[in-house]
Design a protein around this ligand. Structure first.
Ligand code: ATP
Ligand code: MG
Length: 229
């Protein structure tokens, strides 16, 4: 409409951040649906480095893994590559796994903006991750770097009241909500299934099923190693 034929529109790039431990079909459907609805040229999947929100502190303030040991970044990266390889519009970035220290969304967006200065960025996030958006550092600055697309996820409220209250002051189109086909799949459930020898076929792409088996991921509960460095 506003775009003249002589000046092509800016390239539109979706960014799908996640721990991807493992990547599953819920992630892929979310990316595919947002790409379609927002006419994205590409979706870049960005596996996290150190997932700080999954870490905790003990009484002495020492950082510990409060929940579990996350699989090595290289395994999560490779599963993401395997899962996205067949889609010409999907790619995977190593920016978060190669950056020192904790992963913050604002750093992800700054890095990708530097790589793609001409592009419009669309950060894709599930309803549950959106819930924690207000705990992200510098969250107001985030909206200067990208559009945010919140997608529905079974078990989570998409139009959270407290979010609406905080976000209504923002300019239009900074955060949009999108209803997507509901897939009640989580990485947590996939790991639990793999650990018990239950199938993860059709929850994750075939190549990821095979990668999990080949690398024996999620087999036994990890020996407790409180120090995370
Ligand atoms: P975990 O159980 O380990 O937290 P997860 O399934 O939530 O894993 P993440 O890697 O934490 O996967 O999620 C990455 C992004 O994908 C988040 O924005 C999350 O909200 C979104 N997402 C994950 N699963 C779904 C799903 N089934 N439907 C829609 N969005 C999803
Ligand atoms: Mg999650």
């Amino acid at each position: 409409d506003r775009e003249s034929s002589t000046q092509p529109r800016a390239r539109r790039i979706g960014i799908m951040g996640g721990t991807f431990d493992p990547i599953h079909n819920g992630h892929l459907v979310a990316a595919s649906e947002v790409a379609h609805r927002f006419s994205l040229d590409e979706v870049i999947f960005v596996p996290t480095g150190r997932p700080w929100q999954k870490l905790g502190e003990d009484e002495s303030g020492r950082v510990i893994d409060a929940t579990r040991a996350v699989s090595p970044a290289e395994d999560r990266y490779l599963m993401t590559v395997i899962a996205t390889a067949s889609n010409p519009r999907f790619s995977v970035s190593r920016v978060d796994i190669e950056r020192e220290g904790d992963t913050y969304t604002v750093d992800t967006l700054r890095d990708l903006r530097a790589h793609h200065p001409e592009a419009e960025l669309y950060f894709i996030t599930g309803a549950d991750a959106l819930e924690s958006i207000l705990s992200w550092q510098d969250w107001e600055g985030l909206f200067d770097l990208a559009h945010f697309i919140g997608v529905s996820r079974p078990g989570y409220e998409l139009h959270a009241k407290h979010l609406a209250q905080h976000l209504e002051a923002l300019p239009p189109n900074t955060l949009q909500m999108l209803e997507i086909p509901a897939l009640a799949i989580s990485s947590t459930e996939c790991r639990a299934r793999a650990a018990r020898g239950r199938p993860v076929w059709y929850l994750v792409p075939d190549g990821v099923v095979q990668y999990i088996a080949k690398r024996k991921l999620y087999r036994a509960p990890k020996a407790s190693s409180p120090g995370v460095s």
